[in-house]
Design a binder for this molecule. Structure first.
Ligand SMILES: [Zn+2]
Length: 171
């Protein structure tokens, strides 16, 4: 049986649905139908503006962000859901944490829903370090459909890594 590394935490019935779509070579078509749009957030500058707007809308009082960028070296396998870092820098005599949000570069070409989901995820980390209940409450507060979109994002990541030979026509 095909292992679905991004979907391991989901019920077997859901995983089997995805396996069936893969076997039928219909997963790309399925995703294209659900997520037909693309977005124009293509630069680090645009990503910063996009992130700050979401923060302003939903998390005004969360700590500030110093830097937001696309990272082409981000290991998507290990970090399917972005990377959150607080880099400590010595500034004068004080140690100040620098808040940085890195988003895997693959999200440039992904559906706007997936970009939104990943940015919401990273914003929630400004307030909650761990993936606990409070963290997911923040996520669904910013994006009510959060859990569904996260599942679909994981399906998208699965599809991206299907062997070329079985890649279907999704153009
Ligand atoms: Zn996280």
């Amino acid at each position: 049986m095909l292992p679905l590394k991004y979907l391991q935490a989901y019920p077997a019935t859901l995983q089997d649905k995805v396996r069936l779509l893969i076997a039928q070579q219909r997963l790309g078509e399925h995703l294209a139908k659900r997520y037909p749009d693309r977005h124009s957030v293509q630069s680090d500058k645009a990503l910063y503006a996009y992130t700050m707007e979401l923060k302003q809308q939903h998390l005004k009082n969360a700590p500030g962000i110093d830097k937001v960028l696309y990272d082409s070296k981000l290991d998507v396998v290990q970090r399917a859901l972005g990377l959150h870092t607080a880099i400590s820098r010595v500034q004068g005599s004080k140690l100040k944490a620098k808040k940085e949000i890195r988003v895997a570069a693959l999200f440039k070409a992904a559906a706007p829903e997936f970009l939104q989901m990943i940015v919401v995820h990273e914003l929630a980390h400004l307030k909650e370090v761990d993936h606990n209940k409070a963290f997911y409450q923040l996520c669904t507060y910013m994006l009510p459909d959060y859990h569904q979109v996260e599942f679909d994002l994981r399906v998208y990541l699965t599809w991206r890594e299907l062997p070329r030979a079985s890649e279907e026509d999704h153009g």
